[in-house]
Design a protein around this ligand. Structure first.
Ligand SMILES: OC[C@H]1O[C@@](CO)(OC[C@@]2(OC[C@@]3(O[C@H]4O[C@H](CO)[C@@H](O)[C@H](O)[C@H]4O)O[C@H](CO)[C@@H](O)[C@@H]3O)O[C@H](CO)[C@@H](O)[C@@H]2O)[C@@H](O)[C@@H]1O
Length: 577
């Protein structure tokens, strides 16, 4: 173990012992001793609980030197149900300790589930949770919980408010579509504001509530925003981003050099829009709206849902977490005993153009990088394949950039890129398609004979005097198994390949491939379930299936070490068992 990891473990042990908590190894040991043949899809450095169902990240925050992540969790099975708020803590967003649940469904206002919500840090560093409860009548209501002991940096115990529910679906609100409170922000009048996801007449809305004390909330007659082009908005998020693009911004910041992001989860994707928010009037004037033609801003064009961001005051950055669902069916989840991952936490900034967000894996993840392979200025002839050996290809971090000297040979395919769905284009022109400039990229989680491979690649098209860069994550050959979903994902990246290199970073972790194209301008996450390309039988290649040569300007690939993820429980509770 390296010195840093030893310090981390010792630090945590002292803190835990001090708080009367001890490690409980049962489920962790069982899963650690399970061979990779028994559990080939469990990850090494993506966050997941030891077993069972996990969905949305909830209330992430940084408190007294510790990162907290809560998440939707079923303690009894690998399918959705009995939803509780599980709770884990970390010093570095990489290594985690699972603690006892923060919230369990045991009160009238949440007896059918403690659903998604957020934390807010009130003045004096006092965290509070607002979450949706499914009550005795299966109605969605909003509840409040506060820490039992504010001097406990682990925030082990939470107390539900005797005033719950603090918001109810009255005055014509649909009780089935009233959920997922955002982190609150404070306006210039001192009142707290929070958004609740809602649907009215089939249209998505972000309801706006205001409160002086977090207990008594009144609904604004006008939602912050709504859309007649979408259904229900799950897990809304609303936060400022700096126009200079260097740092994250605290949720209540009134700084004028910001734009605001409104994110809503619907149609199985996390969509966002940008706009200007006026705190004195609570008006949000949007640059482009959800589902506007020609604009399709998504955090991720693959599997990525119900995300939540928070402001990390220690590094002045905004960090995004997201639920990455399985792409297998529930029977497979039950068989493997778990379902769901969290994405690698990503920093979010506004792009230089101000037209989109840029995401990048938090820098802390780089501490897991081990063996490295590096290539510079390597020509990839049209129709060629290059094995990249020397790292653990099933658990890797890969950065590659391409130079295109034959750009003017790009196919004059697209008349107007905004009319064409990139996902359809990726499935019509998969990695095996013989284009002009592209497809070129990498094959990950590939078997030696290439019968299994997941391709992440680019394909350049010409449209009038412009070039269009298509990024694809092609799962069509990802597994010889019949069951998993093998749909391909795609996105256009706003870069000019005449002057910029085309870059790709992919985080590979057994059954997940998180890819960042154009330095974080387009992200695509895929879940894959290879049968042959597991563990040491997984290989990595660079490829160019286009007719024209491309150059790998640089390639760096690292094996990734396993993150330390363990469980701890209150000694008191263990004695009772
Ligand atoms: O845990 C509740 C919180 O989760 C959210 C957002 O994820 O609501 C999820 C919701 O449904 C969960 C459920 O699946 C259905 O919704 C998924 C995501 O919205 C879809 O991907 C899936 O295809 C849907 O079937 O998950 C189970 C298996 O996938 C299924 O049994 C569930 O229905 O929870 C609500 C109650 O079911 C439902 O209204 C939501 O869509 C967030 O909004 C909640 O706070």
């Amino acid at each position: 173990m390296k010195i840093k990891s030893v310090i981390w473990v010792v630090d945590f042990c002292i803190l835990l012992l001090f708080n009367g908590i001890q490690f409980s190894h049962g489920d962790d040991r069982k899963l650690q001793s399970a061979s990779s043949e028994q559990q080939p899809y469990r990850t090494a450095y993506h966050f997941q609980p030891p077993k069972n169902w996990m969905n949305d990240p909830n209330g992430p925050m940084y408190y007294k030197g510790i990162y907290h992540l809560f998440y939707q969790y079923n303690p009894y099975a690998a399918v959705w149900g009995n939803i509780s708020w599980a709770h884990s803590i970390s010093y570095d967003l990489v290594n985690w300790i699972h603690l006892d649940h923060a919230l369990n469904p045991e009160d009238p206002s949440d007896i059918n589930g403690c659903w998604s919500g957020s934390t807010t840090l009130l003045p004096g560093e006092k965290p509070v949770i607002l979450y949706t409860g499914s009550d005795t009548k299966n109605q969605q209501v909003q509840n409040l919980a506060v820490p039992k002991n504010l001097s406990d940096p682990l925030l082990m115990e939470w107390v539900k408010s005797s005033h719950n529910p603090v918001m109810a679906p009255i005055d014509g609100l649909d009780p089935d579509n009233f959920r997922d409170p955002t982190t609150a922000w404070q306006g210039p009048d001192g009142l707290w504001r929070v958004l609740i996801g809602n649907q009215m007449n089939g249209h998505g809305r972000a309801l706006l509530y205001r409160s002086k004390d977090f207990v008594t909330w009144s609904r604004s007659m006008v939602p912050l925003h709504s859309s007649n082009k979408t259904g229900m908005w799950e897990c809304p998020d609303f936060y400022p981003v700096a126009i200079d693009g260097k740092y994250g911004v605290e949720t209540s910041s009134m700084d004028e050099v910001t734009k605001h992001v409104l994110k809503a989860s619907f149609n199985n994707h996390d969509y966002y829009i940008l706009g200007n928010y006026t705190p004195t009037t609570d008006e949000f004037s949007v640059d482009t709206d959800f589902m506007d033609s020609g604009s399709d801003l998504r955090y991720d064009y693959g599997q990525f849902y119900a995300s939540k961001s928070f402001f990390d005051s220690s590094k002045k950055r905004r960090i995004l977490w997201s639920w990455i669902q399985e792409s297998e069916n529930a029977t497979d989840d039950i068989k493997k005993g778990w379902s769901g991952l969290q994405s690698i936490p990503r920093t979010i900034l506004l792009s230089e153009s101000g037209k989109q967000l840029i995401q990048w894996p938090v820098e802390e993840i780089e501490q897991l990088r081990a063996e490295n392979v590096s290539l510079q200025s390597k020509e990839l002839k049209g129709g060629s394949l290059l094995e990249v050996s020397g790292i653990t290809a099933s658990q890797a971090d890969i950065e590659v950039s391409f130079d295109l000297s034959n750009i003017n040979e790009a196919e004059p395919e697209l008349m107007d890129p905004s009319w064409i769905d990139p996902q359809i284009l990726c499935s019509q022109k998969p990695a095996s398609f013989r284009g002009n400039v592209g497809p070129f990229g990498i094959l990950v989680l590939a078997s030696k004979d290439l019968t299994e491979r997941t391709a992440i690649f680019f394909h350049i098209f010409r449209s009038h005097d412009k070039y269009v860069v298509l990024m694809c994550s092609d799962k069509s050959r990802s597994s010889l198994r019949e069951g998993p979903n093998k749909v391909s994902y795609g996105a256009f990246i706003d870069i000019d390949p005449q002057i910029e290199k085309i870059s790709l970073r992919s985080l590979i972790d057994h059954s997940i491939v998180e890819s960042f194209g154009g330095e974080g301008k387009a992200c695509i996450t895929a879940r894959v379930y290879p049968m042959l390309a597991i563990d040491k039988q997984a290989y990595l290649y660079a490829f160019n299936n286009g007719k024209f040569d491309v150059t790998i300007a640089s390639l760096n690939a690292w094996s990734m070490k396993k993150a330390h993820i363990a469980s701890a429980s209150r000694r008191r509770k263990l004695h009772l068992n």
